[in-house]
Design a protein around this ligand. Structure first.
Ligand code: ATP
Length: 508
């Protein structure tokens, strides 16, 4: 097991132990790729949503929110192309009977080569010490350049097979790369077939035969079909955006890696409607803005990278992913897509309604172009946990697990802890708790020794611990302990809010 797999395992078990994420239906042995968010998970999730919503809707005069339903008219999914083309290529291993996404098998193969490159770089960095020039090494070391060529070649073949929807080429590539099933170790593969990812169910009110509806696989279509409603009721002027947070459902072939790939998940999407011809400028604008949003969490830039799509969807004229360095490597966290007028045009055609905007400056009607930003809430949650999870050995030799969750996202902002359960300390602590709880999610805890209580708060990422001791009763001061540095300061009670606020407001 590599260190990284190990880290993911630790995060999964920590998440369960401390009430962040539970496997769904666990007492019935679980349901594959579905998870429940526990008492701290739901707080963290809500805080991430709030950060997104404020940055997108509250901070932009020309972006408004929407909450459309999960069930929609089935023709919407015909128009959007999901009924015919929302497929993933799947392949089964005949020995293990396990099913895989054929393109992911190839991507995983590439990851293995990439990790070989990383190892070469690490070795060389050690060998050369301070004089190590990574750029030069990567471009001149024969082993590394050989690996890079291999990757480029594989990517080219994969893109070509996916582009032409050529499933037999994909199968040939898997054979050529001698990819084995991770379970059985064999190369006994079936043919590659297409598999539609939409869940369907039936609705009572439609006439017989036409009652199949789908659970939405993305929130975006709810935005497109409400374009006219929002345009008119909000008196919107292009460029403007509509944002939505909500559940999406995909019957993923391989659902694994914890909450990274689930069958029921949440998306935060914004569709920005622009004048045709300006879409690539707006695309660049949103690409920059979205990276800033991620960096605004305080996670360093090296955790992120842009990945340009090798294969553009039939409706897109530009597409980038923001990838995050998860414990399992760099993977997609958010997509920024220039979707042209594909969706609105399609709904215009299928619905027979005119979906256009009259541009008062140009004095003409047009179907706006769309730039989309689409981010997975659960993947952002996993990014925050992966960045935050740290095991530390302290000066006294003891160990702690600390979740360095950005303070403004932390589930609990402060814990109020009476040093001992007597001498009026609990009462004073309750007083402080009752006053702070009006503004923040805080916690009162008087069980166990103070050190253990600090550890519990570290493990859920609480940025501040406020301790009430005998001095508090004398002069109305408390100690405030900061999670990461573990530094303790004595401060007057009436300064607590100011200090907590400093690190919580989006202004900072
Ligand atoms: P992938 O290639 O990883 O399957 P995608 O390109 O299909 O993702 P999009 O359709 O662009 O994903 O969806 C936008 C965002 O929704 C993704 O960037 C991701 O954060 C999130 N997302 C997509 N599928 C899932 C899933 N099964 N579980 C959790 N989040 C998901």
């Amino acid at each position: 097991m590599t260190n990284n797999e190990d880290k993911l395992k630790k995060i999964i078990s920590h998440s369960k132990e401390y009430g962040f994420v539970f496997p769904s239906s666990e007492i019935y042995d679980g349901l594959s790729a579905v998870y429940d968010y526990g008492q701290y998970g739901v707080e963290l999730k809500n805080n991430i949503k709030d950060y997104w919503w404020k940055s997108i809707v509250q901070f932009h005069e020309n972006i408004v929110g929407l909450d459309s339903s999960i069930f929609m008219h089935p023709t919407i999914w015909k128009a959007s192309g999901h009924v015919d083309a929302f497929n993933d290529p799947m392949i089964d291993n005949k020995d293990s009977k396990k099913r895989y996404r054929a393109d992911v098998l190839v991507e995983d193969h590439i990851l293995k080569i990439e990790s070989k490159i990383e190892k070469e770089i690490e070795k060389a960095a050690k060998r050369f010490g301070d004089s190590f020039d990574k750029e030069q090494f990567v471009t001149t070391n024969l082993r590394v350049t050989g690996y890079l060529e291999q990757i480029a070649e594989i990517r080219k073949k994969l893109a070509a097979a996916m582009d032409n929807d050529d499933l037999s080429d994909l199968r040939r590539l898997i054979e050529e790369l001698e990819i084995v099933c991770p379970i059985s170790g064999s190369r006994n593969w079936t043919d590659v077939r297409q598999f539609n990812l939409m869940f369907s169910t039936s609705i009572g009110s439609l006439s017989e035969g036409a009652n199949t509806i789908y659970l939405r696989p993305e929130t975006a279509q709810g935005i497109f079909v409400n374009f006219l409603n929002v345009l008119k009721s909000g008196r919107m002027k292009v460029p403007f955006g509509i944002a939505q947070i909500g559940k999406a459902f995909r019957n993923e072939i391989v659902a694994r890696q914890f909450i990274f790939r689930m069958r029921e998940f949440e998306q935060m999407e914004m569709q920005y409607f622009v004048r045709p011809g300006t879409e690539l400028d707006w695309f660049k604008y949103w690409k920059d803005q979205r990276l800033k949003w991620h960096l605004g969490m305080g996670i360093p830039e090296e955790y992120y990278r842009f990945h340009e799509h090798d294969k553009l969807a039939h409706y897109a004229n530009a597409a980038f992913d923001i990838e995050f360095n998860f414990p399992m490597g760099f993977k997609e966290l958010e997509g920024i897509h220039s979707r042209t007028d594909f969706d609105l045009e399609a709904h215009q055609q299928y619905s027979g309604k005119k979906i256009q905007y009259f541009d008062p400056e140009l004095q003409e009607n047009y179907v706006p172009y769309v730039v989309e930003t689409s981010i997975g809430l659960d993947r952002t949650f996993l990014a925050v946990l992966s960045y935050g999870y740290h095991e530390e050995t302290l000066d006294d030799g003891s160990e702690r697990v600390v979740m360095r969750i950005p303070p403004f996202l932390a589930p609990i902002k402060a814990a109020v802890l009476p040093l001992v359960k007597k001498d009026g300390m609990p009462e004073k602590a309750r007083e402080i708790f009752d006053w702070l709880k009006m503004d923040y999610m805080i916690q009162y805890d008087d069980k166990d020794a103070i050190g253990r209580r600090y550890r519990r708060q570290d493990a859920i990422g609480t940025p501040y611990c406020i301790t009430i001791d005998s001095e508090t009763l004398e002069n109305d001061t408390v100690t405030i302990r900061e999670r990461d540095s573990m530094k303790q300061d004595r401060i007057p009670i009436n300064k607590i809010s100011t200090i907590i606020n400093e690190r919580l407001t989006l202004k900072s």
